[in-house]
Design a protein around this ligand. Structure first.
Ligand code: NAD
Length: 500
C-alpha cells in the first residue's frame, strides 16, 4: 500500500479506504493507494496551513531557486516517472517522456515569471503619494487533477501557486496517483508542508473543496465535476480556477495544404487516444476539397499504430473500461442519428486485453442534429462537409464548450477572421495543439474559468491589494472634516422624482 505525502514525509492513511490502481493496457492491478479519510484531509490542510506564513515570507529569489531545484530533480527522475505514467495511464512511453520534459520547462518558466509578478505601481494623483498594487497569495491551494496528463497539468499550476507564496495540496486522479505520489520524494527539497499529496476518490476530494481552511481550488477535469466543485465552493466564496473539457472544432479550408492539414487532423484527433482536453473532435471541411482531404485523412488514420504503450506505437489504451464504454455509447448514438462510420469503431482484434479502441472517423451530414453537445473523451473524429468559412465558424461556435480551435488555410484574411470569430481560449492556425508556457491556457463558455500559464497563470494564484501611501503625512483639507463644499440650492422638501 502506497502512503500519502503530508508535511514533508510519507505517512500512512488514518482510517481511510483504498483505491486499486490498474494498468489500462493490461487490466492488471499494479498498486493500491489510500482513499483519504476526513482525518487525512485535516492533517494535510493543517500541514499546508502551518507551512504557509514562512513560505510566503521567504526571499522570492530563494523560492525561485528551490523551484529550479525541483525541476532539476524532476529531470533526473524522468525515466522512472515516464514508466510510472505509462503503467498507470496507458499513454505511450514516448509521450510520457515528453510530458516530464514539458513539466520541467513549465516549472522553470513559472519560477522566473513569478519573480517579476509581485505587483505594480499605479499613478498617484498627488506628488507625495504612492499607489502600489501588491499581488498577495491566497494561502492554501488545493489542486485537483485529471488522469490524462498527471504531471504536466500539475506543473502548469503548482509552481505558479508556490512561487506566488501559497502552499499546496495536490489531489491526483484516482486512476493515476503513482507518478504524483513519487513527487513527494522528488520535491523533498521544499520545506515540509509546502507541497502535499493526498490520494482520494470523489468524496475525499470534495472534503478538500469544502474544508474551511483551504482558500482556493484549482480544478482540472470534466465540466460535470467542475460544476459540482463550483457549487461546493460557493458557500465560502472560495477562489476558483476551473480548467474543464472541450469539444474542439478543426476547420479545413479549400486553400489549405491538404497533406499537412490531414496530418494535423489525425494527430489532433488521436493523440493520447483522443483523451486530450484540446483534442479536435468536430471537423468542418470545405466541400470543394472534402473528398481529397478525407482520402488523405483516412489513409493516415490507417497508419496509426495502436498497441502496448511501451512499444513503438502511436496510440495506447484508454484509461478504463468505463471510458471505452462511453465512446462506444456515443458512437451508437451517432449512428442511430444517421452518422456513417468511415473507419474504425471497434476494439482492435489483436488487443483483446486492455482498454484499446480503434481510431475512429464518423461522417455527420446533419451536424446540428447529430453532434452531441458534450465532450467525447476518446479517439473519435466527427467530420462534416461545409459550404464555406461562414458555415464552418457558425457550426464551430454551436457548442456550449469553447476550449481550443484549429484552422487550416493559406489565406491570412481567412485565418484572422477565424481567429477573431471562433469562441475559444486558444486558436491554432496551421499547427494544432501547441501550448506555450508564456501564453495563457484556458476555456471560454463552459470550458472553464481563469487561466493557467503566461502572466495570467501567476495572477490566477494571487489576489491584489491596493496600498495607498502618503509619505509626506500631509493633511487633506479638501477631503477631511469639515467637509466643505459650495452650498447646494436644494432642501429636504425637494424630491426630484421624474414625471412628478
Ligand atoms: P473528472 O472530472 O472525472 O475528475 C477530475 C478530478 O476530480 C479527479 O481527481 C477526481 O477524483 C476529482 N473529483 C471527482 N469527484 C469530485 C468531487 N465531487 N469534488 C471534487 N473533486 C472530484 O475528470 P477526468 O476523467 O479525470 O479527466 C478528464 C476530463 O478532464 C476531461 O473532461 C478533460 O477535457 C478535462 N481536462 C481539462 C483540461 C484543461 O486544461 N481544460 C486538461 C486536462 C483534462
Amino acid at each position: 500500500m502506497e502512503r500519502l505525502f503530508i508535511g514533508g514525509e510519507y505517512v500512512e492513511s488514518v482510517g481511510g479506504g483504498t483505491i486499486a490502481v490498474e494498468d489500462p493496457a493490461t487490466e492488471e492491478v499494479i498498486a493500491v493507494v489510500p482513499d483519504a479519510s476526513a482525518e487525512d484531509v485535516d492533517r494535510a490542510v493543517h500541514a499546508a496551513r502551518q507551512a504557509q506564513p514562512a513560505w510566503r515570507r521567504m526571499d522570492a529569489l530563494e523560492r525561485a531557486e528551490l523551484l529550479h531545484r525541483c525541476a532539476d530533480r524532476l529531470n533526473e527522475a524522468a525515466d522512472d516517472l515516464a514508466v510510472l505514467l505509462t503503467r498507470e495511464g496507458g499513454k505511450t512511453l514516448k509521450e510520457n517522456r515528453d510530458e516530464v520534459a514539458w513539466s520541467v520547462t513549465a516549472i522553470r518558466h513559472l519560477a522566473e515569471v513569478a519573480r517579476t509578478s509581485r505587483g505594480r505601481v499605479v499613478g498617484a494623483t498627488k506628488p507625495d503619494q504612492l499607489n502600489v498594487v501588491l499581488n498577495e497569495p491566497y494561502g492554501v491551494v488545493v489542486h485537483i487533477l485529471p488522469f490524462n496528463y498527471p504531471l504536466v497539468l500539475l506543473a502548469w499550476q503548482v509552481p505558479a501557486a508556490l512561487a506566488a507564496g501559497n502552499t499546496c495540496i495536490v489531489k491526483p486522479a484516482e486512476q493515476t496517483p503513482l507518478a504524483t505520489l513519487k513527487l513527494g520524494e522528488i520535491f523533498s527539497c521544499l520545506p515540509p508542508g509546502v507541497f502535499n499529496v493526498v490520494t482520494a476518490t470523489g468524496p475525499g476530494s470534495a472534503r478538500l473543496v469544502e474544508h474551511p481552511d483551504t482558500d482556493m481550488i484549482a480544478f482540472t477535469g470534466s465540466v460535470q465535476t467542475g460544476s459540482r466543485v463550483m457549487a461546493a465552493a460557493a458557500p465560502r466564496i472560495k477562489k476558483l480556477l476551473l480548467e474543464l473539457g472541450g469539444s474542439d472544432p478543426f476547420l479545413v479550408l479549400g486553400d489549405a495544404k491538404l497533406d499537412v492539414a490531414a496530418r494535423g487532423a489525425v494527430f489532433a484527433a488521436f493523440l493520447n487516444a483522443g483523451q486530450v482536453c484540446t483534442s479536435a473532435e468536430r471537423f468542418f471541411v470545405e466541400e470543394r476539397v472534402y473528398d481529397a482531404f478525407m482520402a488523405e485523412m483516412l489513409k493516415l488514420r490507417d497508419a496509426v499504430r495502436v498497441g502496448d504503450p511501451f512499444d513503438d506505437v502511436d496510440m495506447g489504451a484508454l484509461i478504463s473500461g468505463d471510458a471505452r464504454e462511453q465512446v462506444i455509447r456515443t458512437l451508437d448514438e451517432l449512428t442511430e442519428r444517421g452518422a456513417r462510420v468511415l473507419a474504425g469503431g471497434e476494439v482492435p482484434a489483436h488487443l483483446p486485453k486492455g482498454y484499446f479502441f480503434e481510431p475512429t472517423v464518423v461522417e455527420l451530414t446533419e451536424p446540428r442534429r447529430q453532434t452531441p453537445n458534450r465532450e467525447v473523451f476518446g479517439p473519435l473524429a466527427m467530420v462534416t462537409p461545409v459550404r464555406d468559412l461562414d458555415e464552418a465558424i457558425e457550426l464551430a461556435n454551436a457548442s456550449d464548450l469553447g476550449l481550443g480551435a484549429s484552422v487550416y488555410t493559406s489565406s491570412l484574411e481567412a485565418a484572422m477572421r477565424a481567429a477573431t470569430e471562433l469562441q475559444a481560449g486558444m486558436v491554432w492556425i496551421n499547427d494544432p495543439l501547441k501550448d506555450n508556457d508564456a501564453a495563457p491556457f484556458g476555456g471560454w463558455k463552459m470550458s472553464g474559468l481563469g487561466r493557467e500559464l503566461g502572466t495570467e497563470g501567476i495572477a490566477a494564484f494571487t489576489q491584489t491589494k491596493h496600498v495607498h501611501i502618503d509619505f509626506a503625512q500631509a493633511p487633506s483639507p479638501e477631503w477631511w472634516f469639515p467637509y466643505e463644499r459650495p452650498p447646494i440650492p436644494v432642501s429636504r422638501g425637494t424630491l426630484p422624482i421624474p414625471g412628478a
